[in-house]
Design a protein around this ligand. Structure first.
Ligand code: AMP
Length: 281
């Protein structure tokens, strides 16, 4: 695995990999890798001839009161995991490489960036789209792999790619869960034993909505209020949002009549977690 820390090295390595008409797959991450990330890497390996992974804890997608400084960083372990998956290129730049002094240019997907997580985390998606656009320009992937776990992020990135004509195919990969159903996340490492158990409330609230749906309920308000009751019964968890939305526009739907995203975010202790599922009539 070639490890690149500068833009010019990474660009050269990726161009080299793409020469002789090879398909290059890219998996952007913030590191602290788990099976969710590795599932994206495996999908990329299966669908592409060469795979580049990026590890960059992107400061511009963290709010001033968020967990940037304590976000888990495990570079050596991550390298070993990626070596094992036979990743070809790892791009792990320092912050100054990605944001040179005086950088003032942003990529903003208007509207969509203020929905779901974007509403609770002002500026978050502007940071995400800016860094993903930069990674696409630097690595020039044919295909980029993202997790369905971050469903709003996926909608925002798809819209950016469409609006700005990036020649990149976006592939969404299913949510990888722990055996008890908790969606894998680098932030799960923040949870203490008690919080780890409480964190299952996200999954339970989604299941409540799914069961209602399977029983024939199509009214979003009713599905949401039943799911919110699940939260009301779980102390020390604070619901951020529970929404039923169109997966492309992220706008709330009144009735579930086509493929619909059910998305939840909540604070379990000091840790903010997200999860979702898709209902298909
Ligand atoms: P992150 O390192 O949190 O920025 O995530 C990097 C990529 O991994 C994103 O596309 C995430 O959606 C994806 N990802 C994170 N957790 C999971 C999971 N449990 N299952 C599938 N994909 C995931």
């Amino acid at each position: 695995m070639k490890i690149c820390s500068t833009i010019s090295e990474a660009r050269a390595a990726c161009r080299d990999a793409r020469s002789s008409s090879k398909r290059l797959g890219v998996v952007p991450t913030m590191g602290a890798l788990h099976e969710g990330h590795l599932s994206l890497v495996r999908a990329a390996k299966a669908q592409c001839d060469a795979v580049a992974v990026s590890i960059f804890v992107n400061p511009t997608q963290f709010g001033p009161k968020e967990d940037l400084s304590k976000y888990p960083r495990q570079f050596d372990r991550d390298c070993r995991l990626l070596e094992k998956e036979a990743v070809d290129i790892l791009f792990a730049p320092p912050v100054e490489e990605m944001y040179p002094p005086g950088a003032v240019t942003w990529v903003l997907v208007e509207g969509l960036s203020e929905k779901l997580d974007g509403r609770s985390r002002p500026g978050h998606f502007r940071g995400v789209t800016t860094i993903v656009a930069k990674l696409f320009h630097i690595l020039e992937p044919d295909t980029a792999f993202f997790g369905q776990k971050d469903a709003a992020q996926l909608a925002v990135i798809r819209r950016m790619v469409r609006d700005l004509d990036f020649p990149v195919e976006i592939v969404a990969c299913p949510i990888v869960r722990e055996p008890d159903g908790l969606a894998m996340s680098s932030r799960n490492a923040y949870l203490n034993g008690e919080e780890r158990v409480r964190a299952l409330v996200l999954q339970r609230s989604l299941q409540q909505a799914q069961q209602g749906f399977q029983a024939g309920e199509r009214n979003a308000v009713n599905l949401i209020s039943a799911a919110k009751e699940v939260f009301a019964r779980e102390p020390q968890t604070v619901l951020d949002y529970f929404e039923i939305v169109d997966p492309d526009t992220l706008d709330p739907v009144e009735r579930v009549s086509q493929k619909t995203l059910v998305a939840v975010a909540a604070h379990v202790g000091a840790t903010r977690l997200i999860d979702n599922l898709v209902l298909e009539p």
